[in-house]
Design a protein around this ligand. Structure first.
Ligand code: GUN
Length: 287
């Protein structure tokens, strides 16, 4: 049996169409949604991601402000840039592209973002609200994955879900979103013993390791008709790949996301959605 390929391009387009209409409505109310991005240094993958985010904003009518900072910038200097964007009423969302160079502390930088403009859901305020099922702004990759489940009407209640990631941007927010849907969620990571056993017991595996030299999800590690969501993207043997061996896995799984064209486009679409949420939050608090 061959499983279904979950097409992130199609699902992200449906999110973008909704965002496009919401942007029009906001503009009719005199609000011009705007996302500010901060990119530090020359990491080529990060530069590509930010460029894609800008292009997607343009597609749906969201304005962008682009801050490209020198790789050597100090913590004090980046803090000041974030503070200025917090105060700027024409900016509704702020995104600091991660990872940051070594001299900068990710927590100090991202926790400084106003929670109302925190389109990555990374501030302690928004991360805390998520644990209480009250967050308006949730990390983009996890909420994009939830859209994929919705699109395919995949019922999560009672499902055993294994996460292979515990980061603030992926594993931790996903844990809470999935728990809200009454799934049983296990978070695995690099120190987990017997990862294969956990995977073999899972109805759904969401994997985000991103290093094929360390980990590949193969078909002997999954049960029949499992659902595989592959968040990773890395270059391996000169190809862009995820954690899963797609061609092999889709023969056994019921649904699989491809790489590229799976979760990646969803992350960008959810960033657009979060930016319009932030723009409407700003109008509600009447600044
Ligand atoms: N780096 C990789 N993914 C992300 C993301 O979703 N947000 C930010 N800010 N940086 C990232």
């Amino acid at each position: 049996m061959t499983g279904i390929r979950i097409d992130g391009k199609i699902i992200s387009q449906s999110v973008k169409n909704r965002v496009k209409s919401a942007v029009k409505e906001l503009k009719n109310q005199g609000i011009n949604p705007c996302l500010a991005t901060i990119l530090v240094g020359e990491n080529p993958a990060s530069a590509t991601y930010v460029k894609n985010k800008h292009r997607a904003c343009e597609e749906v009518g969201i304005l962008t402000k682009d801050h490209k900072l020198d790789a050597e910038i100090s913590q004090i200097q980046i803090n000041e840039i974030v503070e200025n964007l917090n105060k700027d009423d024409s900016v509704h969302g702020i995104l600091v592209q991660l990872p940051l160079p070594k001299q900068l502390d990710e927590f100090s930088t991202t926790s400084r973002i106003s929670p109302l403009k925190d389109v990555d859901g990374l501030t302690p305020h928004n991360a805390g609200l998520l644990t209480m099922r009250k967050a308006a702004l949730v990390a983009c990759t996890p909420s994009g994955i939830m859209e994929m489940f919705d699109f395919h009407q995949i019922d999560l209640e009672g499902k055993n879900i294994v996460l292979i990631n515990r980061s603030n941007l992926v594993g931790k927010p996903l844990y809470h979103l999935l728990l809200e849907k009454n799934a049983t969620v296990i978070t695995c990571h690099s120190k987990t013993k017997n990862l294969k056993k956990f995977c073999q017991s899972a109805d759904i595996i969401i994997t985000a390791v991103g290093d094929r030299n360390k980990f590949t999800l193969t078909s002997d590690m999954i049960k029949n008709e499992a659902i595989i969501i592959d968040v990773a993207i890395s270059r391996f043997e000169n190809k862009l790949v995820g954690d899963a061996d797609f061609e092999e896995i889709i023969e056994k799984a019921s649904f699989v996301t491809p790489v590229p064209g799976g979760v990646g486009p969803m992350t960008v679409a959810m960033l657009l959605k979060n930016t319009i949420t932030a723009a409407s939050l700003s109008s509600q608090i009447g600044r």
